[in-house]
Design a protein around this ligand. Structure first.
Ligand code: AMO
Length: 467
């Protein structure tokens, strides 16, 4: 028999004979003759009613069904009917089912660490008080959720978050393919650090040592040297950053791209910008329901962007910060706090949560960054920002082998440790540039989840390698 999906049922399904496999979300008995179940599939629930009936449903059956704990997986058979009062909800079906049969497919051992009802409580319900006025913290803390991640992932909010995450990678891939990019896969085991020595994980590699890739940086540039012209990769990135913050993981998913340049690095910035606009509008278009579900627990002002993206040069950003009383040097890197302040100032002045910060000081960028031809204290490099936080970092790259070697030495890198990379440049490479995006950051900031772990299925940080 075909199984119905709860999300596809509506009042017009009334009268249909249905088979549904779902989890018991909640269960409420009324006397010993009637049982109300909320059955759940992903984001959607449906009310199911089991009532004693001389031909099909015995008292024992109602009693047994009432004893099934929440989260059990059941297969039910019944008839759809219109609810007495129409249901207007993005997640609860406007259709009920009168049950004839219920089979247990997979049961629960022991007690659940928390209920999904508690896990779904909204911010206001955090403040719920009991009769004596004491605070009742029914909602579930992040640590408990992460320790019991599979259960937490079943909540409609988590289900929605990972649909949106999948939407970001799918929009990233489809846009780049439409622009002639080739998807590549580069090694995560490396002979040397790829970004900076400080944050690299060492792993034992037979009798020697290998390093986990901190970025596909060198490999994606070598793919350009190999004439692939436009490449992208979606893959894991490892950073041994020993800091517990709301936005750092030790393993995240990098959305990287690299492309040749004909005339100017504006071509890269323009493409990256169109890519983000494609992602933002695609998410709003395809995931309105998911965004609404998430917004119930994480209320956020809608993500704003402009038709023509704001480009702020480094000097303009420093001026904006100084105007608001912040003391900062011309070539000093921004702290996380200053970055956020800048985001707030930009939102106030330009009404956007998305902008490009361009022309970074050369001294605070990696060795492979191309200096600005007009003023070599700056560089042809940029960060893209969402809600005041960095989501992309990129640049035009140095493509002259002699200059590249000089830049390495200036950064204290032994060119011999990157021989394969340097050799690629000695055989000629077209001017090129690109960028790297943190997938989990884009999801966290678009949805305002406030912690990157909520946008990571099984997060890894300095204190967490499990589950
Ligand atoms: P960068 O080091 O800035 O640049 O990283 C690119 C993007 O990756 C994300 N990101 C992180 N996300 C989660 N946890 C972390 N610890 C973390 N670190 C970085 C951010 C950041 O913008 N090779 C260059 C990219 C390039 O030039 O193409 C690079 O790796 O969103």
């Amino acid at each position: 028999n075909p199984r119905a999906s709860i999300a596809s049922l509506s009042e017009s399904s009334a009268g249909q004979h249905l088979f549904i496999r779902a989890r018991i979300h909640t269960s409420r008995a009324q006397g010993n003759k009637m049982l109300f179940l909320a059955l759940r599939q992903r984001l959607s629930t449906i009310q199911a009613v089991l009532v004693v009936n001389p031909n099909t449903v015995s008292k024992q059956m109602v009693k047994w069904a009432a004893s099934l704990p929440a989260e059990s997986i059941v297969l039910v058979e019944g008839t759809a009917q219109q609810p007495a009062v129409p249901v207007e909800s993005t997640t609860i079906s406007n259709c009920e089912i009168i049950l004839q049969k219920i089979h247990l497919i997979s049961g629960i051992e022991g007690r659940l660490p928390f209920t999904l009802e508690d896990a779904a409580r909204t911010a206001e319900e955090y403040e719920e008080r009991d009769a004596e006025g004491n605070k009742v913290y029914n909602s579930v803390g992040l640590e408990t959720r992460l320790n019991n991640r599979v259960l937490d992932l079943r909540t409609p909010i988590s289900q929605a978050v990972f649909s949106v995450q999948s939407g970001v990678t799918s929009l990233f891939r489809s846009y780049l393919e439409s622009q002639g990019f080739l998807e590549i896969h580069t090694p995560k085991l490396q002979g040397a650090a790829t970004e900076s020595g400080a944050s690299v994980f060492k792993v034992s590699y037979f009798k020697g040592t290998a390093f986990l890739a901190q970025s596909p940086q060198l490999a994606k540039q070598m793919a350009i040297a190999a004439d692939f012209e436009r490449v992208f990769e979606i893959g894991p990135v490892f950073r041994a950053e020993n800091s517990l913050t709301h936005r750092h993981l030790t393993e995240f998913t990098g959305l990287d791209l690299e492309m040749t340049i004909e005339e100017s690095y504006e071509e890269v910035v323009g493409l990256l910008d169109s890519l983000f606009l494609h992602i933002f509008s695609g998410l709003n278009e395809k995931f309105a329901k998911e965004i609404a579900v998430i917004g119930k627990q994480f209320p956020a002002e809608p993500f704003l962007w402009l038709e023509k993206t704001l480009r702020l040069k480094w000097g303009d950003a420093i001026a904006l910060l100084r105007e608001s009383g912040i003391e900062i040097g011309d070539f000093e890197d921004l702290s996380t706090e200053q970055e956020r302040t800048l985001g707030a100032l930009v939102r106030e002045k330009y009404k956007t949560d998305y902008y490009i910060l361009d022309k970074f000081p050369l001294a605070i960028r990696p060795f492979y960054t191309m200096p600005d031809g007009a003023d070599s204290r700056y560089s042809n490099s940029y960060d893209f920002m969402m809600r005041g936080e960095e989501i992309l970092s990129g640049a035009q790259r140095v493509h002259d082998a002699v200059f590249l070697e000089q830049r390495m030495r200036e950064h204290g890198i032994d060119p011999a440790s990157m021989k394969g990379y340097l050799d690629a440049f000695k055989m000629g490479v077209a001017p090129h540039g690109g960028g790297g995006i943190g997938l989990e950051r884009v999801v966290m900031l678009f949805l305002k989840l406030n912690n990157i772990r909520r946008a990571t299925m099984f997060p890894r940080d300095p204190k967490r390698l499990e589950p």
